[in-house]
Design a protein around this ligand. Structure first.
Ligand code: SAM
Length: 291
């Protein structure tokens, strides 16, 4: 039999045979580290009854690993030049379907209905293109797809921000958005040498266990996230100053201070110290006051 697609030797051989040239603008860094691939696949807890949506299969390194354990794999790839390669290298795996498309433009609800009708649960597993990590993850989470978990390789700093707790400098609106929809867990840190070509940044694998329902009660999600963003407008400022600038630019501080007292939040605190529960309370109080 052939070596795995992801072995350094076979990867180099495929790239040469098809005269493939990497596009940096598409975030093309292919995985060649067998240990990292094992950790990604293990973290997703796949079996015959699982469907997997892979974003950006590249030359199929991770796709092959997924196809061996999952029931059905759909891989969405933007780069048409990879079609002949994927067709050849993935031919031993009838449970893989490749769709050529920009994942940000795909109707995912439709894709799920078409491709995952026969599986019990679905995971997203990917070595993501770093230039669009956050838009892709926010799309997956906000569309409230019937997902069990998301296991992705992303830039290390972004993974740390997603998993951050209140109080630290990594904690921000991204942490809050991700933690509202999921329970994040850092799986492992990945060195640059795990890829061909090597990226300019360090990477990490993160696992987002998708929540069945949010951990806090929020009346209006759009309003909740607006309040969060307002409190982080200027990180160094207090929430009172940020909220005043956003919602009460013409007023004195009395009404804002009364509302913060009602939400039981000190006006002198900074956005990075508030928990999800406190943001939910703040949004509820402001909304009830017509703000
Ligand atoms: N999965 C392969 C691996 O691990 O070796 C390749 C990962 S590489 C970091 C990212 C892949 O995403 C590339 O194949 C790239 O062409 C693809 N890609 C980039 N932007 C995309 C988009 N908007 N939609 C779908 N795929 C995209």
């Amino acid at each position: 039999g052939k070596e795995d697609i992801s072995s350094p030797r076979r990867t180099k051989e495929i790239i040469q045979r098809y005269k493939f040239s990497f596009k940096k603008s598409l975030g093309q860094n292919f995985l060649i580290d067998q240990n990292v691939l094992d950790q990604i696949v293990d973290a997703a807890e796949l079996n015959e009854g699982t469907g997997v949506l892979e974003i950006g299969p590249g030359i199929g390194s991770l796709t092959e690993r997924l196809a061996r354990v999952a029931g059905a794999v759909t891989a969405v790839e933007i780069d048409r030049r990879l079609v002949p390669i994927l067709r050849d290298v993935l031919s031993p795996y009838p449970n893989v379907k490749v769709r050529i498309d920009d994942v940000l433009k795909v109707n995912l609800q439709e894709l799920f209905t078409e491709d995952f009708a026969s599986v019990d649960k679905v995971s997203v597993v990917a070595n993501l293109p770093y230039y669009v990590t956050t838009p892709i993850l926010m799309k997956l989470l906000e569309e409230k797809l019937p997902l069990d978990n998301i296991v992705v390789m992303i830039q290390k700093e972004v993974a740390e921000r997603m998993a951050a707790s209140p109080g630290g400098k990594e904690y921000g609106s991204l942490s809050i958005a991700v933690q509202y929809y999921s329970d994040p867990e850092l799986v492992c840190i990945v060195p640059r040498t795990a890829f061909i070509p090597e990226p300019n940044v360090d990477s990490a694998v993160i696992r987002l266990k998708v929540r069945e329902r949010p951990p806090v009660e929020v009346a209006d999600e759009k309003h909740f996230f607006e309040v969060v963003h307002a409190c982080f407008t200027q990180r160094r400022k207090t929430i009172a100053n940020n909220l005043k600038a956003r919602y009460f630019p013409e007023e004195g501080r009395e009404r804002l201070e009364a509302l913060l007292a009602e939400a039981e939040i000190e006006p002198s605190r900074r956005g990075e110290t508030l928990s999800l529960e406190e943001y939910a309370r703040l949004s509820t109080v402001l909304l009830a006051a017509g703000i």
